[in-house]
Design a protein around this ligand. Sequence first.
Ligand code: SAM
Length: 275
Amino acid sequence: MRKLLNKLLVKFGLLLTNAPGLLVDHSLKTSSSFPAKLTERVKLEQAKNIPDNELFKIFLAGSNIHKWHHYFDIYTRYFERFRDRPITMLEIGVFRGGSLRMWKEYFHPDSTIVGIDIDKSCQAHEIAAQNVFVRIGSQADPNFLANVNGEFGPFDIILDDGSHKTHHQIVSFAALFRDALKDGGCYMVEDVHSNYWLRHVDSPETFIDLTKQMIDMMHEPYFDHKEIEFRHNHPEAIREMEVSYLSANLSSIAFHDSIVVLDKKKHHLPQNELR
Ligand SMILES: C[S@@+](CC[C@H](N)C(=O)[O-])C[C@H]1O[C@@H](n2cnc3c(N)ncnc32)[C@H](O)[C@@H]1O
């Protein structure tokens, strides 16, 4: 019923930012194998929530940054590998500029950090002499994103900390993952809990819904094929096939509390071997 209503609203152009409550389904659907009614109590334990890593220390010493504490272990896990060389990073959402300055301090000093924001006042957070740049425009505007990519890209890391509206997360990913992210790069979307918050859901499918589809796309080479067709040196082995761009380039999707991480790496056809 909800899906049908979504389709009708989209068809008649009625799906706008303040989507009606009907669009968000808050029920937790679970299999009977791990039923949601088996519950446990979780508590706020502040002392245990404090991350112990260098990035968090930079955050604590900084100002005008807004980040959830539990993100710092996740950033460290995925960004540490980029620290030994100059990189180019794009952050969607500048706010008061604190996060741009934090990334500048965390990554190699010759790195370029680019922030984009719809709010013109964010331009004041550019520090061009330190390769920290700000461009003003909307993350929902593919032409603006293409211009930013033309000027600074392609990027090693793209972090979406912008409006957190589902439509924006989807448009930005569609515009940037293919054209603006390097092979070997990392695309991170944070605050995806917004996909469960009414006022942020402004698309018929949320970004989280799409990532679930991406899991299927990653497995596209296996559709309608047998194991033997991927056997090392086997006469029936497939040598080449046409797959979707995401199937060919998305090496992993990781889900964390409120963060989705998409690593980009060009695939080869998988193969197996019986020894
Ligand atoms: C959560 S804040 C960014 C926080 C910042 N990255 C930090 O860690 O301190 C979100 C920012 O997204 C910006 N924003 C909202 N809609 C946007 C859009 N359509 N395109 C680009 N930025 C947008 C807001 O102006 C705001 O500055």
